[in-house]
Design a protein. Structure first.
Length: 153
């Protein structure tokens, strides 16, 4: 019988890196900032994880005031959008005259493949949306005249 002292060492796995774990215990802990100028006036944003300007996964929240509207636009990435609170009208298409329109309430979800034109109108109570994707993130308005960056908001 061979003694245990002569057995081969058992390889150990390195401990997973926990420094990148993000935990937000409640919606009260979300840190809201004014949204970039590409969004309607009064819109707020919170980056939950990631960096929207760099390659890699990100999740952000957008707080839209009552009745605010983001005209038809596209993104350079697949976008996953979930309604956290409030409600929205979500439009898919190049113009509002030719779009498919859906009402989405809390828990409503949309997956938008890259470059699919869409628009969003917040309901009477406003809305908080969660958006996830793989950065970098960009937004291009179908009609450049609708882009707040071109009009000074």
């Amino acid at each position: 019988m061979t003694p245990l002292a002569h057995s081969a060492p058992v390889p150990t796995e390195p401990a997973p890196d926990q420094s990148a774990v993000t935990i937000i215990p409640s919606s009260d802990a979300v840190k809201w900032q004014p949204a970039p100028v590409m969004f309607p006036h009064g819109t707020k944003m919170a980056i939950l994880t990631g960096d929207t300007s760099k390659p890699g996964p990100f999740t952000l929240r957008v707080m839209m005031p009552s009745g605010s509207f983001i005209p038809p636009h596209t993104h350079n990435l697949d976008e996953m959008l979930t309604v956290i609170s409030g409600d929205i009208q979500h439009f898919v298409g190049q113009s509002l005259a030719t779009t498919q329109q859906r009402h989405l309430g809390p828990g409503g979800f949309v997956h938008l493949p890259v470059n699919v034109p869409h628009a969003i109108k917040a309901g009477s109570q406003g809305a908080v949306l969660q958006v996830s994707g793989m950065g970098p993130f960009s937004m291009t308005y179908v009609n450049p005249q609708d882009d707040p960056r071109n009009t000074g908001r």
